[in-house]
Design a protein around this ligand. Sequence first.
Ligand code: ZN
Length: 437
Amino acid sequence: MTDYSGVLSELVDGSWEEPGTGKHYDIGIKSLVIRDSLDGDEAALIANLHHGKRISVVSDPFTHSALGSRIYKTLKADGQQVSEYVWQTPQCSDTGVDQIRKATPDCDVRIAVGSGTVNDTVKYACFLDNKPYSVFATSPMNAFTTATASVSFDGFKKSITCRGAEGVFFDLSVLAKCPPSLISAAFADVICRTTAQVDWLLSHLLFNTPYSETPYTLLAYDEASMIDNASRMLGGDIDALGMLTRISAIMGLGTRFTDTTHSGSMAEHQISHYIDMFAGDKHPGSSHGEQVGIGTVTMSLLQNETLSRHSPPVMRATRIPTADLIERFGPDTAASMVAETEKKALNSQSADELNTKLANEWPDIRKRLSTVMLPYAQVENAMRSAGCTITATDMKLDQQFYCDAVRYARFIRDRFSMLDLVDDSDGLESFISTMPT
Ligand SMILES: [Zn+2]
């Protein structure tokens, strides 16, 4: 049996020392195991964390046959007080959370077996019930190590801070059999490190906003080999999946080091949020990872183009198109977009100050950002190798709609990104007119 936990085991026991600062971190997870197989170890992993507790194993019909049934039977054979609930109608919504709480009222601990929906619903249900939870993953993704859950209330998706899992367990032989689209989506949702870091560092260099290298130091252990091995993931190669799983887990931990989601969620995620919020029936539905993937391709191109220029962009005061926003998105959404954008908007004085800074420091800013940026061709090639969606057309998303997503995404959040720098220097429309869609 091979252990693939790598640096994560040092993070869990607190022994990881940050190079340069000597700092140690408490990531709040008691046990995190990544192995080529966990078959036969499930009972011991659970007993170590939840000894003597009444346990409910929650899965959906797919994850039940992939892993849930095996876990239930193993815990039962071990003599643990265990029941199982196979959720026939999984949905990560207020209704779904109620279903889980009603179906498993008498347990002390819930064990989620699955990915997005089962994991997030159990996470939130346990938070409301003040009960611990642990999770066995059935695909790689960031959500297992985050303390947040994405839940729809009356159809409106919210990210809620709750409590993270006590135990997070990955059996790579199970992950190797998950639908390939989930592996591609997970790859996209970690290779966005490059665009998120450029944006977050850009904001820090221009406006001295908070910034942390810690998540990136950890991600750097595996990123280059993960990219080199991108083509092996879809074939279920265990070593390559181990890298992807470690990186996804570290990406999810970003908030535990920085108290914000900035390290892995900048403009590429705003583009994804835009698609989620407004695509409606304009496409047949896409996953978070697919949306982030096409956003990452777009942002990587925009960042590489902008940073290839020897002369700095010339900024002007931000123009918030309030009437246009109201017409497109309705008064309530437009009001929140205006409020978010005002927090980062340039006025004529701050635009002048920024121009002075850019005139003096552009070569240094370019250089610093270029060291954390992957070349566009490398991002695109790696994503193609990992089977990711690259363009809106790949995702069956209307091209005009996608142009609007790139045009208006900057108004969704107060985070200053390359979209803001380019739009406030009158370069965004010409980029949109030539970008691949
Ligand atoms: Zn994401």
